[in-house]
Design a binder for this molecule. Sequence first.
Ligand code: GUN
Length: 287
Amino acid sequence: MLANIIDGKKISADIKDEVKNETAKLKEKGIEPCLAVILVGNDAASQVYVRNKKKACEYTGIKSLSYELDEDIKEDELIKLIDELNNRDDVNGILVQLPLPKHIDEQKILLKIKPSKDVDGFHPYNTGLLSIGKAVLKPCTPAGIIELINRSNIEISGKNAVVIGRSNIVGKPVSMLLLSENATVTVCHSKTKDINKTIKNADIVVAAVGIPYFVKEDMVKDGAVVIDVGINRLENGHLAGDVDFENVSKKASYITPVPGGVGPMTIAMLMKNCLLAAKAQNGGGDI
Ligand code: GUN
């Protein structure tokens, strides 16, 4: 079998266009969605992500406010800024780009963001809602994975889904979302025994392990749906997924490429969350 390639660029562009239309409608009612983006320090990858998030805001018509803070800023000062943004009625979403410098406690900072403005979906209040299937602001990459599957008309209900990796940003939340979609979910990690046997049983494989080409052709079932969340920079500068795409694509029924698969979905879903937050804060539903 030669897999259908799931086009994350196309699907993310569709979502951004939907957000753009909805944003224009909100603006007609006098509501301008606004995202505040906070970047601390000089991490090169974070700078690229933040630039792309601002560009997506421009495209969709969402206003963006940018805060670029020194690497050695005190935790208290960052918290003061978050408090100010929490209290501003014109700011609907607050995003603190991760990772933060080592002297700042990431979990402490994420707890300070008002849950209704937490467009990353990282606040424990929102992860709690996610675990009971009631989240409005869902973490962007996991929500993007579900969109990729749904918009490819792939049934999730009743399928065996195996998630490789248990991070707070991807592995755990995507397993919650798959469970909400009625999949039977197994989460594998570094201590899992006989991981190959578990993966072989999967109708849907989500690879979020951070090891280049970890998932090989002989590990997956014929016709499996394979979602690759990996963004691994190789020594030669090339980008590699967690899946050996060239060979696994001969066996899977659907597969996402790297780049151009899950990657572009994260920012599209962030835009969607900004829109949802703006609507909810203006009487259009609860968060
Ligand atoms: N760093 C890596 N991924 C993300 C993300 O989705 N949101 C934020 N804020 N930081 C990140």
